[in-house]
Write a protein that binds this ligand. Structure first.
Ligand code: SF4
Length: 252
């Protein structure tokens, strides 16, 4: 199965410039939300020091958080997962971050032998055959390297927002991740319009796939564009009737 793209007319039509043109709206609340997000990041830095890491998906929310961290000079380590199945546009953000902010994002990859064995046993397209196999693929390509990323850390920063899906509707700014760490989601209360207004104002680098109606971008085989009225995460594992989560942010 190839990566699908919505066939609805609006999705095929030329974008109104780009995602900024389509979505950005500076709301009266946004200045205060930015200050509050910065305060959460400062507090987390004070509380956790070197135990704090930003686990960036390189999605637009995480790019906003990286920008907040960088503009204020907070000493937060930034990491990401390269599953081996990401779009080239996603990986292209790594040198862009280096050029823009002057630091490297630490990249965690799956164990090569584990991927080879999984693919040899189940095939490249195993994720489409069952939820169990999809979760097994996520286990090898995401969960195992995430475990290494978080080893020795006491807190991680995520770009989760309550608006992203029903399953994320009660995301807290600071919560237990179920594994003894704090999970900090400093922009949990931001709207999609506010995220893009920030990107516009501060010229934050972002994945151009967001311009192609992909609000949530994961691995290429498991991401498609969404249609009008669909949930933000409807383009993730779209063939499943599931909560659209890979385990990274599963509730304990
Ligand atoms: S999102 Fe898809 S390709 Fe990526 S790890 Fe999960 S199942 Fe595998």
């Amino acid at each position: 199965m190839s990566t699908e793209v919505s066939s609805l007319p609006w999705a095929a039509a030329p974008a109104a410039g780009n995602a900024i043109g389509l979505y950005a709206k500076w709301t009266p609340a946004l200045d205060a939300k930015i200050e509050a997000a910065l305060a959460r990041l400062r507090d987390a830095t004070i509380a956790h020091g070197d135990g704090l890491v930003q686990s960036s998906s390189l999605g637009v929310e995480d790019m906003v958080i990286t920008d907040l961290i960088s503009r204020t000079g907070l000493p937060v380590h930034i990491s990401t997962l390269d599953t081996g199945k990401l779009h080239p546009e996603t990986l292209a953000l790594l040198p862009q971050i280096k050029a823009r902010y002057g630091f490297d994002v630490e990249v965690f990859k799956p164990v090569a032998d584990a991927v080879i064995q999984f693919v040899a046993r189940e095939g490249e397209d195993a994720m489409y055959r069952s939820i169990e196999l999809r979760k097994a693929c996520c286990g090898v390509r995401k969960m195992e390297p995430l475990g290494r990323m978080l080893k020795g850390r006491s807190a991680w920063i995520t770009g989760l927002r309550r608006e992203q899906s029903g399953a994320r509707g009660d995301v807290a700014f600071d919560e237990d991740d179920g594994n003894g760490r704090r999970k900090i989601s400093p922009i949990a209360d931001w709207t999609w319009a506010e995220v893009w207004a920030y990107v516009d104002k501060y010229a934050v680098p972002y994945n151009p796939l967001h311009d192609q109606f992909m609000p949530s971008i994961g691995c290429a085989p498991c991401t498609r564009a969404i249609a009008v009225g669909e949930d933000f995460r409807a383009g993730r594992w779209w063939w499943e009737d599931s909560s659209k989560e890979c385990g990274l942010h599963a509730k304990s």
